[in-house]
Write a protein that binds this ligand. Structure first.
Ligand SMILES: C[S@@+](CC[C@H](N)C(=O)[O-])C[C@H]1O[C@@H](n2cnc3c(N)ncnc32)[C@H](O)[C@@H]1O
Length: 276
């Protein structure tokens, strides 16, 4: 998986892989945020700002849902935002003309004070080195009374048997596993997320546990390993070793019951309001 702490370089280089392999995994949770946004987004002159927007899944869906909405997708990676722009063009319905993309760090939003009617963020806050700085920027750009809604990982990842089987195969074939770089920092709990929002100055704060779930087909999970979560294991391998690793992993996946491919990952969703 790309270095989580080097978003501009990491995600620029892996933007296409992100869109192909990882985005579908996160999509339900990201799109679920739309149902928690204030209903008045359908009115004229409303602006949604999506921070760490990646390939623009959330703003593009929001612009399709609310035909008069405008959106700003902010991301540190220009490669991700190029895909966001392409997704907006592909969506039709004038979506592209209502989407602005801005390459910027979440801790320095290139937006005026009190210019956003809602700010969203999905699977980004765990990546930033200074969360308080990002939350303070979100507060600055929100209009008084406006909402910030987000979702991200929560600590307590569950063991997943297919992943363990894969790394057993890696070990048995004598393949090196590169040192992992700095890791993302999920919230410890929903309460911890709520505390951070309150400390940043948000009011009417709510946060809750959620779960991301997926029933994997073995071959799809193996693709995810090869192209996203364990791409650094595959990358140095010659073709023959790569095929061997895939074949042996699939063979051992074949021994696992269907239920072992039911994946669950803990999330936290949160919401806060800028006080008047
Ligand atoms: C896991 S992706 C999530 C993308 C999108 N929100 C989604 O749900 O698909 C994380 C995104 O956050 C961006 N990112 C990471 N750190 C950032 C920062 N400090 N400022 C702005 N964007 C950042 C990355 O470039 C990447 O596009």
């Amino acid at each position: 998986m790309p270095d989580a702490t080097a978003p501009a370089s990491g995600y620029d280089r892996f933007a296409a892989e992100y869109e192909r392999w990882w985005l579908p995994v996160l999509a339900t949770a990201t799109l679920g945020l739309l149902d928690r946004l204030p209903p008045d987004l359908g009115r004229d002159d409303r602006t949604l700002v999506d921070v760490g927007s990646g390939t623009g899944i959330l703003p593009v869906a929001a612009l399709r849902r609310w035909p008069r909405l405008r959106a700003v997708a902010v991301d540190a990676s220009s490669g991700m935002l190029e895909l966001a722009r392409a997704a907006a063009v592909a969506a039709g319905d004038g979506v592209a003309s209502r989407l602005e993309t801005r390459v910027a760090d979440a801790a320095e939003l290139p937006l005026a004070d009190r210019s956003a009617d809602v700010v969203t963020s999905s699977f980004m806050i765990q990546l930033v080195p200074d969360r308080a700085a990002v939350l303070s920027e979100v507060l600055r750009v929100l209009r008084p009374g406006a909402t910030f809604a987000g979702v991200t990982w929560r600590s307590g990842e569950l063991p997943f048997e297919p992943e363990e089987v894969f790394f057993d195969v890696v070990d048995d074939l004598g393949i090196d596993v590169p040192e992992s770089g700095p890791q993302p920092e999920p919230y410890e709990s929903a309460a911890a997320a709520a505390d951070e929002l309150r400390a940043a100055g948000f009011v009417e704060v709510t946060a809750g546990d959620e779960w991301l779930q997926r029933q994997w087909r073995p071959v799809d999970y193996l693709d995810l390993l090869e192209y996203w979560t364990a791409d650094d294991v595959f990358a140095p391998l010659a073709d023959e070793r790569r095929v061997r690793l895939r074949d042996e992993t699939l063979r051992r996946f074949g021994r696992l019951p269907h239920r072992d491919f039911a994946w669950r990952a803990p999330l936290v969703s949160f919401r806060g309001t800028r006080p008047d």
